[in-house]
Write a protein that binds this ligand. Sequence first.
Ligand code: WT7
Length: 556
Amino acid sequence: MEGAKTNMCYNVLDRNVKDENLGERVAFYWEGNSPDHHMAITYSQLLGQVCRCANVLKHMGVRKGDRVAIYLPMIPELVYTMLACARIGAVHSIVVSAEIDIMVSQCSILVTADGVYRGEKWINLKQIADEALEKYEHTHTCCVLVLHYRRQPSVNLSPVVFPVVQTPWDAACDVCWDEVMGQVSEQCEPEWLDAEDPLFILYTSESTGKPKGVLHTVAGYLLYTSLTFKYVFDHQPDDVYWCTADIGWITGHSYITYGPLANGGTSVLFEGIPVHPHAGRFWEVIEKYRVTKFYTAPTLIGNVERTPLLTNPVTSCRYDLSSLRILGTVGEPINPEAWLWYYEVVGQKRCPVVDTFWQTETGGHVLTPLPAATPLKPGSAVRSMWLQVFRRPWPGIMRTVYGNQERFENTYFKKCPGFYVTGDGRIDGYYWITGRIDDMINVSGHLLTVAEAAVVSRPHTVKGECLYCFVTLKDCREFNRSLVDELKRQVREKIGPIATPDFIQNAPGLPKTRSGKIMRRVLRQIARNEKDLGDLSTLADPKVEEVLFSQRCETA
Ligand code: WT7
């Protein structure tokens, strides 16, 4: 489509409001961390706020092609800001772990909030952002601040749950959202862009190496997210769709913001976490908004599944889930037990499960069943939506690694010339994603795929490599020698002597990215006693690594 002109924001908002007459339709039901905080935003309201925000950015000197860093919680302002960038042709870079992203993408402006409650824990976003900016001596950076917990005086915030928090403020470069948004017009002409102009840069959560800035462009990404959303979720006008991902990850970009809005859909935008204020929060939200399509990650399915059946809020029929029509999963292989639980208990055997395999790099789904059209197999992402192998590019494919075209070519196109390589393994005619191929371990010439949580390799004088296993024990079971022997015996019996781990280490927690992926690179280095762990900025809990080091096994 090179040479053609378009604008993403125009397509997902103006077109829906003006041509499709959807101005009064709810675009988002925002549901806060606390069930008492919620609001509905229609398509025309959304358009108005986005135009205001676009005008604010323009006033602050942001121009077409400039990069804007966004470090915001799951609040409507996050969507306003990303769409405002799209409207004026600025390139957004949504930041999950502040430092790296700001540093690498060298944005001219940062939009953040005072902070956010995740459950009962206050996270001071502004302070984290300030520290990051200082570190990299960003002199030109302005900070637009959303006063998240003080902007709605009508909301009754109990001082116990929400203590007044001091927000660092520098009048020389910080600007207050409410103030500037009130000073600008609600009209803003979209900037007409070339189909191949950049839309955003997003850093991959990266479980294996240094984060890459994945760059997506306007027209192909618009087409691909819009189309995949429509078919994979069988979008219908009366749907209430809910994707539980964070917008800071590609899933949120493609399937909370762009795909659903391009289809004129109504979505839930959820700020909270699944267990606050109680373990039934997901089901409560589904019931409250009569959600029809629900899209989440196996880590979350796994979490709720592990609660004992009787106390599990979903099985005790405390919530009405009869509105559900399609269930989706994404992000990791889902094991067949979790799949069945999702299908039988949550979906009441009525809702097809779409196991969607894709990557930040692919922009949208590449392997997935189509609901009610493809026979399902628990645990399989089934088959390619449109293609059998990635022989030719599709509209949503990333265009480059930002600032490093060579890395782009080496990573994805060198291994099998003429094909795009995802780096994931699969078996039989259906696709069963077996994990990352860079996680395969070679023991005495036999290739074993890492099956569960955390098995990595360690050099071995005779075998080449041997297995080093990290186990997290359930329910305060004691980790001791006899347990280690028992585990080894089990593996030997169930899988075979070849799979018996040489080392089994107690792991109270595993190093994970914020999207729940185990960082095997870190585990591999712990197993090998390599002290320099490199870039840990994507790690959700940096403490885990110290604990694991202190408990590592020297001898088998
Ligand atoms: C990697 C991409 C796709 C958005 C969220 C993650 C793994 C993703 C599945 C699935 C098995 C999956 C792959 C892939 N993955 N979806 N349905 N079944 N594995 O995006 O951070 O770019 O990660 O996630 O390993 O390569 P990402």
